[in-house]
Design a protein around this ligand. Structure first.
Ligand SMILES: NC(=O)C1=CN([C@@H]2O[C@H](COP(=O)(O)OP(=O)(O)OC[C@H]3O[C@@H](n4cnc5c(N)ncnc54)[C@H](O)[C@@H]3O)[C@@H](O)[C@H]2O)C=CC1
Ligand code: BAL
Length: 504
C-alpha cells in the first residue's frame, strides 16, 4: 500500500489527499515485508477514515539507513546552518499556507475542535519551527583558555546524529513540531513514528517537507504500532537518540531498550497528575476560568492537565459553584463546529479508560459536582466531570486519567496545600492562584514540578523550556534547552607551544 487516498471532510466537503505509504527518502513507499495496515477512525462519528501502511521492523531499518545516509552526506555534515534555517522557514510558510486543511485533517483524526487545531496547535507549531530556524545558524561552542601561553581548548556543539522520535495522539502536529524543529536546527536526521491512532497529519506534513526542498532521508515518517516500530527504534543500534512523549509506562520500556541496546541518549516527556491550588486571596472568577481550562482543554488529554484541584476551605463552596458554572458553559461537540470548545476523546480505548476512572471515582465515594453521566449516540464524548471531596488515596487522585475529569479537595493552610500537591510520583506541571506575591514566590519554589504557572495555567511558549521532574520525564523541550538535547559537545584541546619532555 503506497497510493494516496482522498478523504472528505464531512463539515466542509473539502477533499484532502492523504498519503498512505511509509515516507522514506522523500518518497511514499510500501512496506518491504508486511501487508499490515493501521485503520484511522473519526472519534466524533466512530467511522473509519482510511488505512495507512504499518511499518515493520525491517522498514524501521530502512528508514534508519536513509536517515544515516542523509546525516553523513547532506544534513549532518554538508548543509550550513543558514541553509537549514532557510528550509525550515520554507516549511513553516507551507504549513501556514495549508493551516486550514491541516487543521481539518487533525480534527477528523483526533477530534479536537478545528478552531483550536488551527489557531493554537498549528499556529504554535509554525512558530516553533520558525523559532528553531532562528537557532540553526547560531549554534556555537566556547573557547576556553587552558594556559596563557601554549594551549587553548574549544568546544563544538555537534548534531547527535540519527534521532528516533516517538509521539502521541493528543497533539499530533504540535508534538511533531516540538520534536522535529530542534532536531533539524541542530543538524540531526529523523525517523518519526507518529501514534498509530493519529498518523494522518504526520504523513501530510511529510509531503510539505518534500515541497520545501529538504534533501532525501532528513525526515522519514513510519506509522507503526508502538510494540513494533516504536520498540524497534528504541532498541536500534544505529539510532543515536530517542525522543519520546507518552505514558510513563512506555517511557520506562524505551529507557530499558536504550540501555540494553547502544545506550542511546533518551529524552522522555511523560505523564502527570498536576496540582492546581486556589488560595483565598485569588481573583476567584479568573482562577475558575484557569482551573476549568486546566482540566478541560483538549478534553483533558494533556500531560499537564491540572487534574487535582486544591481549594482553600474559606472559599471552597463559592469556588466549586463557580467552577461548575464554567464547566456547564463549555460547548462540547463535533470539532467541526466553530463554536465548539471541546471535542470527543481520541479513541474507543481512551473513552473506555476515562469511563473506568469515572466509575472508580463513584465507587470510592467521591461526590459528583458536574457530569458523570454517559451521553447517548455516536462519538467518544465525555462531558466535563468534576468530583469533589476526594480523598488522597482514591484512584482518581493518584493516577493519570487523560480525560476531562477533575478531582477537587479542600485545604486549610499553605503548608497543607504544598504537601497535598507534592504527594504524587509525577512532577510535570503545577499551578497556583493568589494575590499575595510572597505566597506566590514561596509556593512556586516549594512545588515539585518542571513548570509552575502563577495566576494562569497551561500556557506554554516556544522559547521557554518544558519538561518534567520525578517520574514525569527526563530532559527538556522548547527554548535553548530543547536544542541542547540534540547536540553533543566535543572538546578540542589545542597545543600551540608546549614541548613534551621525554621521559615525562
Ligand atoms: N504525556 C503525554 O503527553 C501522553 C500520555 N499518555 C498517557 O498514556 C495513556 C495511554 O495512552 P497510549 O496511547 O497507550 O500511550 P503510549 O505511551 O503507549 O503511546 C505513545 C506513543 O508511544 C508508542 N509506543 C507504545 N508502546 C511502545 C513501545 N513499547 N516502545 C516504543 N514506543 C511505544 C505509541 O505507538 C505512541 O506513538 C493515556 O491514557 C495517558 O495517560 C498518552 C499519550 C500522551
Ligand atoms: N501540553 C503539552 C504537551 C502534552 O500534553 O503532551
Amino acid at each position: 500500500m503506497a497510493q494516496p487516498v482522498q478523504v472528505t471532510i464531512p463539515a466542509t466537503g473539502r477533499k484532502i489527499t492523504v498519503p498512505t505509504g511509509l515516507f522514506i527518502n522523500n518518497e511514499f513507499v510500501p512496506s518491504v515485508d508486511s501487508k499490515d495496515t493501521i485503520e484511522t477512525v473519526n472519534p466524533a462519528t466512530e467511522l473509519v477514515i482510511c488505512s495507512v501502511a504499518a511499518a515493520s521492523s525491517a522498514d524501521i531499518d530502512r528508514a534508519v539507513a536513509a536517515a544515516r545516509h542523509a546525516f553523513n552526506t547532506t544534513w549532518g555534515k554538508n548543509v550550513t546552518g543558514f541553509e537549514r534555517s532557510r528550509l525550515m522557514n520554507k516549511l513553516a510558510d507551507l504549513m501556514e499556507r495549508d493551516a486550514q486543511a491541516l487543521a481539518e485533517l487533525e480534527t477528523l483524526n483526533n477530534g479536537k475542535p478545528v478552531r483550536v487545531a488551527r489557531d493554537f496547535d498549528i499556529g504554535d507549531s509554525i512558530q516553533c519551527i520558525r523559532y528553531y530556524a532562528g537557532w540553526a545558524d547560531k549554534i556555537t561552542g566556547q573557547t576556553i583558555e587552558v594556559d596563557n601561553k601554549t594551549k587553548v581548548a574549544f568546544t563544538r556543539h555537534e548534531p547527535i546524529g540519527v534521532c528516533g522520535q516517538i509521539i502521541p495522539w493528543n497533539y499530533p502536529i504540535n508534538m511533531w513540531s516540538w520534536k522535529v524543529a530542534p532536531a533539524l536546527a541542530a543538524g540531526c536526521t529523523i525517523v518519526m513514528k507518529p501514534s498509530e491512532v493519529t498518523p494522518l497529519t504526520a504523513l501530510k506534513l511529510s509531503e510539505l517537507f518534500v515541497e520545501a526542498g529538504f534533501p532525501p532521508g532528513v525526515l522519514n515518517t513510519v506509522p507503526s504500532l508502538g510494540s513494533v516500530g516504536g520498540a524497534a527504534l528504541a532498541s536500534h543500534l544505529d539510532v543515536d537518540k530517542v525522543a519520546f512523549t507518552g505514558s510513563t509506562l512506555t517511557g520506562r520500556k524505551i529507557m530499558e531498550a536504550a540501555a540494553r541496546s547502544n545506550l542511546k541518549k533518551v529524552s522522555l516527556e511523560l505523564g502527570g497528575k498536576s496540582p492546581h491550588i486556589i488560595f483565598e486571596s485569588a481573583d476567584l472568577e479568573q482562577a475558575a476560568n484557569w482551573a476549568a481550562l486546566g482540566i478541560l482543554y483538549n478534553s483533558g488529554q494533556d500531560c499537564t492537565a491540572g487534574s487535582r484541584l486544591f481549594v482553600q476551605d474559606t472559599i471552597y463552596d463559592r469556588f466549586t459553584a463557580l467552577l461548575a458554572e464554567k464547566a456547564r458553559a463549555l460547548k462540547i461537540g463535533d470539532g467541526f463546529g466553530e463554536d465548539v470548545s471541546g471535542g470527543p476523546v481520541v479513541s474507543k480505548a481512551q473513552y473506555e479508560r476515562v469511563w473506568s476512572y469515572i466509575e472508580s471515582g463513584k465507587a470510592e465515594g467521591a461526590k459528583i459536582l458536574n457530569g458523570g453521566e454517559k451521553r447517548q449516540g455516536k462519538g467518544f464524548y465525555v462531558d466535563p466531570t468534576i468530583f469533589t471531596d476526594v480523598k488522597p488515596s482514591m484512584k482518581i487522585v493518584r493516577e493519570e486519567i487523560f480525560g476531562p475529569v477533575l478531582a477537587v479537595a479542600k485545604f486549610h493552610t499553605e503548608e497543607e496545600a504544598i504537601a497535598l500537591a507534592n504527594d504524587t510520583t509525577y512532577g510535570l506541571g503545577a499551578g497556583l492562584h493568589s494575590n499575595d506575591a510572597n505566597q506566590c514566590m514561596r509556593v512556586s519554589s516549594a512545588l515539585e514540578a518542571g513548570t509552575v504557572w502563577v495566576n494562569q495555567y497551561n500556557m506554554l511558549n516556544n522559547n521557554v523550556p518544558f519538561g518534567g521532574k520525578k517520574q514525569s520525564g527526563i530532559g527538556r523541550e522548547l527554548g535553548s534547552y530543547g536544542l541542547e538535547e540534540y547536540t553533543s559537545v566535543k572538546a578540542v584541546h589545542w597545543n600551540f607551544g608546549e614541548k613534551l619532555d621525554w621521559p615525562f
